[in-house]
Design a protein around this ligand. Structure first.
Ligand SMILES: Cc1ncc(C[n+]2csc(CCOP(=O)(O)OP(=O)(O)O)c2C)c(N)n1
Length: 756
């Protein structure tokens, strides 16, 4: 496809284009001050404004280009060569916000912040042709610089624009976290990759402001500001008064933003570039100097419906749509330039047409760009793995003197045997001692040391800057982790119970896990998320403290899920997760079975079979546990039990009883739910030809489905049986036992598999 210039010039002009053309044409020959074109200089574009004539002209070009990119998006779509038509038309005042910020201020942009993106491109050295970036994104082209054809996003590492998903407001917890982490990294003397006085800018729409994700992030920001914690966060609300078809009540945004405690409120008319620039300058200075959050509320309009396919006339009257035309920001900037005598009306028109033609011409050029063609290409950024670096990271220990200090002389390897909780605690302490940029945080992790004591003593030993309690909001905890990871720190947040992950899960599913995918690993979320979970707690019952569902984690591409059951596995597995986060930017979930935290015995009271010694650093290289490697207990040849978590201890006890009957079992502890140890499963299955899957998660969507499928896919012809928990929530008290996987059910299924 190579449409000629004529076709492009004739491309149907929409009402917005026509209105712009008519207004400018009506001025032709009536240049306000009677002068012709004169060079744009360093003087103010208007008395009292800090915006110079020269900058105004440059920003006008960014605004024009942004407008014409929307046109190009529709043009490409109509020809089947583009896939995205949500535009920025009417919002182009946001170019003034970019101009008021520094290129080194990280920005997380609304999908209508196209002119911001192009204005930031102008700030680069040398200036960047952002138009091409955006066109490539629209066309889903593999050479697009940030997402590489995986999505149309605004993002570029050199511009410090971090790509966002389409889930509205979901970027705000990360923005909050990044703002927090910038100053925390500076306080810890860690290089954040951004200057110490950088501020974080995040833009959003007016309807998005109502989302609970936004409300949560704003609340967390006010919570920090209230305590005078540094939080250099600028939230730019691009208020066009509507969200798809739902009107935002007039005055609502101002009312909501002005009452957010701790936030300073700035406002500007987004159709007036000088006013927008001046307000943005003031807002940025406020945030930068005081390290406190602020809102910049821009009144804008939305042209052309929500997206190209949206028929706006179905929900907005023609008069309302027409009235918006008067607030066209391009007209606003044209008027500034005309009034200053920098452009004549003919000059404005020429500039407009030149930009239009250039961008439609470029659109035609990118239309046939190669796209991602294979699954391998699409999936390349999902699960990076640098084996040697991960191994080296997993072996990283603090210098002996520092290590000795961290443990106050009582090294964990000196103890006879540690519980699972003690082992995780020691591994966390070792990691904190070895990694000055590592943070441990969550609800109750610091002063109390965790509900189950797993983080006991860490805050006292490593200080409140690195081990701290957060507010009670899982979404903000995860957002903080995402920001901290971006800022070069190594976050190890805790979610207190598995059931409480779910109200914040999008921060893992939609945000953390997708960042590498949508940025070709240029941005990553190194993260080790500790979650206390699974069932069988004695005396502390009910579903919410015994949640045994992993389905919502298991299907997240690229996620590493560790589930250590034994103390001697937990420590090396935690080290592997930390190393994978550091070396490969991996998002890791470290699922800790609560019921095993303080378990000491295996077969009978007092046998100490669930205690294990803690390896000193010298043994870490030999004890390295790669992600996705299972551990086999026993070498029986009659039956293979595949299990994990609490199922391991139950299965080992059953295996003990079967051994007394001369039945030989091998019990395979998966240790990793993702990546699933497929090779290990097959190998151990083939030894016996009989597989019993003992799975404490639910029958539907549980881990057993993956194990049986793995065997079936590989053509395993032996016998398979699975025992699981019921498709139920967990009730209080003894009733829990009737819906959970039990030793009795494992034992009877095991016996049923064997020849009589
Ligand atoms: C969490 C979520 N829910 C729903 C949507 C679908 N959606 C996309 S844009 C949008 C409206 C957003 O309106 P606003 O925040 O005012 O931004 P605008 O598009 O007007 O600039 C909706 C509901 C979404 N992207 N994310």
């Amino acid at each position: 496809m190579s449409p000629g210039q004529a076709e492009r010039a004739q491309a149907e002009r929409d009402p917005v284009e026509r209105h712009f053309g008519e207004v400018i044409a009506a001025l032709d020959g009536h240049s306000p001050d009677g002068r012709g074109e004169r060079p744009a200089g360093p003087g103010p574009i208007r008395d009292g404004s800090a915006l110079t004539g020269q900058r105004c002209l440059e920003l006008f070009d960014a605004q024009l280009a942004s407008r014409h990119l929307d046109l190009a998006a529709r043009w490409l779509r109509a020809r089947g060569a583009g896939y995205y038509t949500i535009g920025s038309s009417g919002h182009e005042g946001n170019a003034g916000v970019a101009a008021a910020l520094r290129i080194t201020d990280p920005a997380l942009l609304h999908y209508r912040s196209g002119a911001f993106y192009l204005a930031r491109c102008q700030q680069a050295t040398p200036p960047r042709d952002g138009v091409r970036d955006v066109l490539l994104g629209l066309a889903g082209a593999a050479e697009e610089p940030i997402a590489g054809g995986r999505h149309k996003v605004f993002g570029h590492q050199l511009l410090n624009v971090i790509p966002q998903t389409s889930t509205i407001a979901s970027h705000l917890p990360r923005a909050l976290g990044l703002a927090f982490a910038l100053d925390r990294a500076a306080r810890l003397g860690r290089p954040a990759g951004w200057p110490p006085d950088a501020i974080v800018a995040a833009s959003l729409g007016d309807a998005s402001l109502n989302h609970s994700t936004a409300a949560g992030a704003i609340n967390a920001a006010t919570y920090c500001a209230y305590q005078r914690l540094p939080l250099p966060l600028l939230l730019v609300i691009e208020d066009n008064g509507i969200g798809i078809s739902v009107r935002t009540p007039p005055g609502w945004v101002a009312a909501a933003a002005q009452t957010a405690a701790g936030f300073r409120y700035f406002h500007a008319d987004g159709s007036d570039l000088a006013a927008t620039y001046d307000a943005a300058l003031a807002a940025a200075a406020w945030v930068r100097e005081r390290r406190s959050p602020a809102f910049l509320h821009l009144a804008v309009v939305r042209f052309g419906g929500h997206a190209g396919s949206d028929v706006e006339s179905g929900y907005r009257g023609a008069a309302v749509v027409a009235a918006d035309l008067a607030a066209d920001p391009l007209l606003g900037t044209a008027r500034l330039l005309l009034t200053a005598g920098i452009l004549t009306p003919a000059g404005v028109t020429a500039r407009y047409e030149e930009s239009r033609d250039r961008i439609l011409g470029l659109a035609a050029e990118v239309a046939g760009s190669p796209r991602l063609a294979t699954a391998a290409q699409v999936m390349a950024p999902l699960a990076p793995h640098h084996r040697e670096q991960v191994w080296a990271g997993a072996c990283l220990a603090a210098e002996p003197a520092r290590r000795g200090g961290a443990f106050a002389g009582r090294l964990p390897e000196a103890a006879d045997g540690l519980t699972l909780a003690q082992s995780i605690n020691a591994a966390l302490a070792d990691a904190l001692a070895a990694r000055p940029g590592m943070l441990v945080f969550g609800e109750d992790v610091a002063r109390k040391g965790g509900v189950y004591g797993v983080t006991r003593g860490l805050a006292q030993r490593f200080g409140a800057a690195r081990v701290f309690d957060t507010l009670l909001d899982e979404q903000s905890i995860l957002g903080l982790a995402l920001g901290a990871g971006l800022a070069g720190l190594l976050p190890v947040p805790e979610i207190q119970y598995l059931a409480y992950l779910h109200n914040a899960a999008d921060q893992i599913r939609g945000e953390a896990a997708t960042l590498s995918f949508f940025s070709q690993a240029q941005y990553q979320n190194p993260l080790v998320l500790r979650i206390a979970g699974l069932a069988y707690q004695e005396g502390f019952g009910g579903h919410f403290h015994n949640d045994n569902a992993l389905a919502s984690l298991r299907d997240i591409p690229g996620l590493i899920i560790a589930c250590p059951a034994r103390p001697d596995d937990a420590a090396p597995m935690l080290r592997t997760c930390l190393a994978a986060a550091e070396a490969d930017g991996r998002v890791c979930v470290f699922l800790e079975p609560i019921a095993l935290y303080h378990t000491r015995d295996l077969h009978q009271a007092g046998d100490g079979g669930w205690l294990a010694r803690y390896d000193p650093p010298g043994l870490w290289p030999a004890g390295f546990v790669p992600a996705g490697s299972a551990r086999c207990h026993g070498n029986g040849r009659d039956l293979t039990i595949v299990t994990f978590g609490n199922g391991l201890r139950m299965s080992l006890r059953v295996a003990g009883r079967l051994a007394a009957d001369r039945i030989g079992c091998r019990v395979l502890d998966l240790r990793w739910i993702a990546p699933l140890p497929a090779e290990d499963i097959l190998r151990e299955a083939n030894v016996t030809g009989r597989v019993l899957v003992a799975d404490e998660t639910r029958r539907t969507g549980g881990v057993s489905e993956a194990i049986i499928t793995t065997l079936s896919d590989a053509g395993f012809t032996g016998k398979t049986v699975r025992v699981t928990s019921e498709d139920s929530f967990i009730p209080l008290g003894d009733a829990a036992q009737v819906v959970l996987l039990s030793e009795a059910s494992i034992e009877s299924a095991a016996r049923s598999l064997l020849p009589r």
